[in-house]
Design a protein around this ligand. Structure first.
Ligand SMILES: [Fe+2]
Ligand SMILES: [Fe+2]
Length: 179
């Protein structure tokens, strides 16, 4: 999600760096929260759950499909904003991380386009499930790439202090974007 300059500057200015080394994002970045489906500390697990729920709906569950798409869109947008404002810019200048970061931007773009297109498909249309499945597969692929490649690279090229600062900034930005 490429946000507007105005929103970006407002969020960046107001997102003060707070030292909270156990923020959920830091846990992910430092590998202490990987594959933890039950402690609620990782946005990725939440997306997987919403995607699974959406895939299990039928054309009769129009209201539920709208609710799930709304939740998923809002939460994925917040998550993309954190990554694109804080994590990706910190990694992009590092040669080892550049390719995976550029790929990440493109995968966010694909997710945004697909969620936007889904809004134009009525939930009782058979194309809804097909498009939602494409969204699910592309987001699952993106999550895997980040957890297996990007976060591992982040742990290799950034110090623990740098990771701690990134985690705190991402958490502050998320809190700000929810106000
Ligand atoms: Fe991402
Ligand atoms: Fe992510």
């Amino acid at each position: 999600m490429r946000c507007s300059t105005a929103i970006r500057s407002r969020l960046t200015m107001s997102a003060g760096v707070r030292r909270n080394p156990l923020s959920h994002i830091l846990k992910v970045l430092t590998g202490t929260c990987r594959n933890s489906a039950h402690d609620g500390c990782d946005d990725h697990r939440r997306f997987e759950e919403l995607l699974k729920q959406g895939e299990e709906t039928t054309e009769r569950a129009a209201k539920r499909r709208r609710q799930l798409l709304d939740m998923l869109t809002r939460e994925v947008n917040e998550h993309e904003l954190m990554e694109e404002q804080v994590l990706y810019p910190a990694l992009e200048p590092r040669a080892q991380a550049r390719e995976i970061v550029l790929e990440g931007y493109e995968e966010h773009h694909v997710a945004d386009v697909t969620t936007n297109e889904l809004r134009d498909v009525t939930p009782d249309d058979e194309r809804w499930a097909a498009k939602f499945k494409v969204l699910k597969e592309s987001l699952e692929h993106h999550i895997k790439e980040e957890e297996r490649n990007m976060f591992r690279t982040a742990r290799a090229v950034l110090s623990r202090d740098e990771l701690s600062e990134l985690g705190a900034r991402m958490k502050a930005l998320k809190a700000e974007s929810r106000r």
